[in-house]
Write a new protein. Sequence first.
Length: 339
Amino acid sequence: MLDAAGTTAALGWGVIGFGWVARDHAVPGLREAGARLVAVADPDPAARRAARAAGAQAHPDWDALLAAPEVEAVYVATPNHLHRAAVEAAAAAGKPVLCEKPMAGTLADAEAMGAAVRRARIPYGTAFDQRHHPAHGAIRDAVAAGAIGTVTAIRIAYACWLDPGWSADNWRADPTRAGGGALIDLAPHGLDLVHAITGEEVAVLHALTQRRVQPYAVDDGAMLLGRSTGGVLVQLHVAYNCPDGLPRRRLEVVGSTGAIVADRTMGQTPGGTVRRICGRLGLDAPLPVPDAPASPFARQMAAFARWLRRGGDAFDLERDLRLMRLMDAAVRAEPAPCR
Ligand SMILES: NC(=O)c1ccc[n+]([C@@H]2O[C@H](COP(=O)([O-])OP(=O)(O)OC[C@H]3O[C@@H](n4cnc5c(N)ncnc54)[C@H](O)[C@@H]3O)[C@@H](O)[C@H]2O)c1
């Protein structure tokens, strides 16, 4: 139980798409947050067997899940091209939705989702779990307290190795189902983190992509350059072509009196290290991260339950749509896109 006020205890979740992120991270997270897994919808019989083993009702499609009154909130974790239909169906059923990032594989799908959510007046959030990482919360608080002065730049490397056989059905390498490659998959986390840490959204964005190492038809790397509404410069390197042994999960927040460097905090699990570097002497010291063993997913599920009851800005459809428009415009404006 994460929430001292007990606000997460009773929330009953339905999960649409019971694959890697749902099984390994979201469902353990919602249980850690004190919520209940009620039902799962997934066409894959093995996923439904796993759902039953986890004590949930299991359906081959989402209609029965959405009809169940015990399902009080819906988590969507299908491949990207199915987010739209799942969210539209959940909205028509009047259920609050937490949908995995990217919001959708295309901007048109994301806009349609936004229209469905507004029409149905349901609460909607995109699952940017990393804004709920305990280390990133500590960085946000340190920045707000002036620990590094005026924030001037944020540099993020968030990369992995994703070869074509990464999974039995590697939809991430399929442009029609993923909507893109490393950029659309990994950059949303970093762009959202800029807002989580500084309170400023990225307002201008340029992107260069590459297809350099992996043999598939989506970008396997991208470099993005942006600027927040208040002038923070943002550099993101995302990739599917980075060997796992290299440093590839790093977040740097640079300020006028110091910097904060986080290693191995970007990702689905708690942990990693955070240091504050003094701008005058160059000395560094660990930045205390509250003793919070909870995973980013557990904290995200707890935050969503709290948000349903109390509101606030932890989740924001319009902010998520602005992020999708920004990425879409950056990809469309890329000079000589990679082929
Ligand atoms: N926040 C994060 O850190 C994070 C990490 C991984 C994945 N994701 C996102 O989560 C989503 C799922 O990714 P994944 O790695 O778990 O993929 P996955 O392929 O492991 O799982 C997807 C599941 O969806 C199911 N599915 C397919 N069609 C369906 C349908 N019509 N109805 C219901 N279920 C259906 C598949 O059978 C599969 O079980 C993607 O949008 C991805 O970008 C987010």
